[in-house]
Design a protein around this ligand. Structure first.
Ligand code: CO
Length: 230
């Protein structure tokens, strides 16, 4: 308790101030949340999601991890996306990266950092995809920052490829996925100009149609023939 005294004191002051400005703020907010935005950002302590976009409690649904990566097998992130899209019915999903990201920098190195390297492999794959463009950048900082941008762009696509987003679009729900990047030195957010809001914005291989029941039924006849023929 002693070590966290400052935090509890700050919390009391914060809650008291907000309640003084807006009586019943917390009591009203406790009844429901209806954020329009899902924010997927880096865990970096300097990229303070709600504050940097000036939103109040209840306005931003947030998921943060090292280097704002969206992996199709990450149940944590997928569950956040499902809840945001299907239950909260957010209108926008925003991937926010930041220049000088330590996670992205670590992914560019070839020295072992431990468990995190398994996570960073996803960024190395982004690196591979844009190898030519990145190799042409001789300045290390410029190259790092470009990879930070490309990482956001690829994670935006990864979100669009999830079944939750595909289903929302198939059902004509208004849902857009955006990419932006934050500059630690200025506190400013930059729109990366990537915005997906329809199925046809994606490469055709990722455009999922509604499954017919038969797709999941094994072809027993073929299986029998194969067995007998062995
Ligand atoms: Co970071």
């Amino acid at each position: 308790m002693k070590e966290l005294e400052r935090l509890y004191k700050n919390n009391l002051e914060w809650a008291t101030r907000i309640n003084a400005e807006t009586p019943n703020f917390f009591a009203d907010l406790s009844k429901q949340q209806s954020p329009d935005y899902l924010w997927i950002g880096c865990s970096d302590s300097r990229v303070v999601s709600e504050q940097l976009v000036g939103l109040q409690p209840g306005e931003l649904f947030v998921h943060r991890n090292i280097a704002n990566v969206v992996v199709h097998t990450d149940l944590n992130c997928l569950a956040v996306i499902q809840y945001a899209v299907e239950v909260l019915k957010v209108k926008h999903i925003i991937v926010c990266g930041h220049y000088g990201c330590g996670g992205v920098l670590a992914s560019m190195q070839t020295v072992e950092h431990g468990l995190i390297d398994n996570w960073l492999c996803h960024i190395k794959n982004v690196h591979l995809k844009y190898q030519e463009e990145l190799d042409a950048l001789t300045d290390e900082t410029v190259r790092l920052n470009r990879l930070c941008e490309l990482n956001v762009i690829e994670q935006v696509k990864n979100i669009c490829h999830t079944t939750m987003v595909q289903r929302a679009w198939r059902n004509s729900k208004a849902l857009s996925v955006h990419g932006c990047i934050y500059t630690l030195e200025t506190g400013l957010l930059k729109d990366l100009g990537v915005r997906y809001s329809h199925m046809h914005d994606l490469n055709s291989i990722f455009q999922l149609k509604e499954a017919k029941k038969a797709v999941y039924e094994p072809n027993l006849k073929v299986m029998e023939t194969d067995y007998e023929g062995r």
